[in-house]
Design a protein around this ligand. Structure first.
Ligand code: S3P
Length: 426
């Protein structure tokens, strides 16, 4: 579907509640299926990706009831064999987390994905899982993954890349292994797995860049999912870029391993205030007040900051086109392995709009501030984050733009367009 970006506003004003975090929703439904008893998840994500995890948990025997955004899961803590392949859709998180869990079960299973997921690298999980004794066959280290029943043994694993999916995969396999599994990170990546498993009484310990886990009986979960900072990022950018905007984003997850966009906003001199900070199930959350900032400054984004904002780089690139001077994004080569090659796709599409932006091997360099012309149809490459970033760019282009394959926003944020247009103010 080609969507024309609606430019029927003068400015953005109002309050929006940010929908549930995708990463936390995946973990909540998957871990609850491993717990013995009844778990209740409130405000579960309506994104297609967490629903891929949910469907797989059902297929593996969890009794799951959905009532609007509340999900009840009853499980005896043991997954059941299925002869059918387990379809992960577009979701890398589903495939990588489930691969860790399924490697340690006493039955065989097969994980499949859509066209995009079937091209994404799985060597990063197959290698450590094989070291633990897993038996996995793949299509040249890509899905489908056929996982044979095996007995796992604990390992100590130094993650070669900062990836929460790989970290979580190894830790979840560690839950079904003899001995204590330890994972060492280069840089901290999102720690929702560690926080939630601890909350569920797992034998898990973490400090700085090291996490250890062993076999555990998980207690059921009772959780209200926090708002997704990766979804909030599009509204943050919109509020900063559209002249005279003033908006409040409610219920935004502020976990420091996820909130790199706020560090960048601060470096750029953005006018953002955090209001009403609190904790929900050990995850920090707050409201953000965003005001139009005409004098944003370019900055460098690299190293330890990258895993904290990995999914936000396309929208940060849009912000950088409107910041004075140069913005350099480096150490982000893994962006090439996402739902699209996000270095290439972001640079190509923003260039079409008139941005001064160049691709590098591990990131991009953007010169600002440039007028974005528009008047064209851009391509989302069936990548939800590209689709939303281009929509926000379209709010500030001289002429109207459209976005091809816009419906892919449903992967993480089906209500994106509805919520952004609710802020339109004449
Ligand atoms: C995620 C981790 C990140 C992120 C993805 C969600 C997770 O992937 O890009 O959208 O929920 O653990 P990597 O671990 O591959 O960096």
């Amino acid at each position: 579907m080609i969507l024309r970006v609606n430019k029927n506003f003068n400015t953005l004003k109002g309050i929006v509640t940010i929908p549930a975090d995708k990463s936390v929703s995946h973990r909540a439904v998957i871990f609850s299926s491993l717990a013995q008893g009844k778990s209740i998840i409130k405000n579960f994500s309506d994104g297609a990706d967490p629903h891929s995890s949910l469907e797989i948990c059902k297929q593996l025997g969890a009794d799951i009831n959905i009532d609007s955004s509340t999900i009840t899961i009853v499980s005896d803590g043991k997954l059941k064999a299925t002869s059918q392949p387990l379809f992960c859709g577009n979701s890398g998180t589903t495939m990588r987390l489930m691969a860790g869990i399924l490697s340690g079960q006493n039955f065989d299973s097969t994980l499949t994905g859509d066209e995009s997921l079937s091209k994404r690298p799985m060597k990063r999980i197959i290698e450590p899982l094989s070291q633990m004794g897993a038996k996995i066959t793949s299509n040249d280290y890509r899905a489908p993954l056929e996982i044979k029943n095996s007995n796992l043994k604990a390992i100590t694993y130094d993650l070669p890349i900062a990836s929460a999916q790989v970290k979580s995969c190894v830790l979840l396999a560690g839950l079904f292994s003899d001995g204590t599994t330890t994972v060492n990170e280069i840089y901290p990546s999102r720690n929702h797995t560690e926080i939630m498993l601890k909350h569920m009484d797992a034998n898990i310990n973490y400090s700085n860049n090291q996490i250890s886990i062993s076999k555990s009986n998980l207690s059921p979960l009772n959780i209200e999912i926090i708002g997704d900072i990766s979804s909030a990022a599009y509204f943050i950018a919109a509020g900063l870029l559209v002249p005279n905007s003033e908006i409040i984003l409610k219920n935004v997850g502020l976990n420091p391993t996820r909130a790199g966009i706020l560090d960048v906003a601060q470096k750029m001199g953005a006018n953002i205030e955090i209001l009403d900070k609190k904790e929900i199930c050990s995850e920090p959350v707050g409201d953000l007040k965003i005001k139009y900032t005409p004098n944003l400054q370019g900055c460098e984004i690299s190293g330890e900051l990258i895993p904290k904002l990995i999914d936000e780089i396309p929208i940060i690139a849009v912000l950088a086109t409107q910041a004075q001077g140069q913005t350099v994004i480096k150490d982000a080569q893994d962006l090439r392995n996402k739902e699209s090659d996000r270095i290439k796709t972001t640079v190509t599409e923003l260039k079409k709009l008139g941005a001064q932006i160049e691709e590098t091997q591990d990131g991009m360099i953007i010169q600002g501030k440039t007028k974005l012309a528009g008047g064209i149809c851009t391509d989302s490459y069936k990548d939800h984050r590209l689709a939303m970033s281009l929509y926000i760019a379209g709010l500030i282009t001289d002429k109207e733009i459209s976005v091809n394959d816009f419906e892919w926003v449903n992967i993480s944020f089906p209500t994106f367009e509805k919520l952004i247009t609710e802020l339109y103010f004449q």
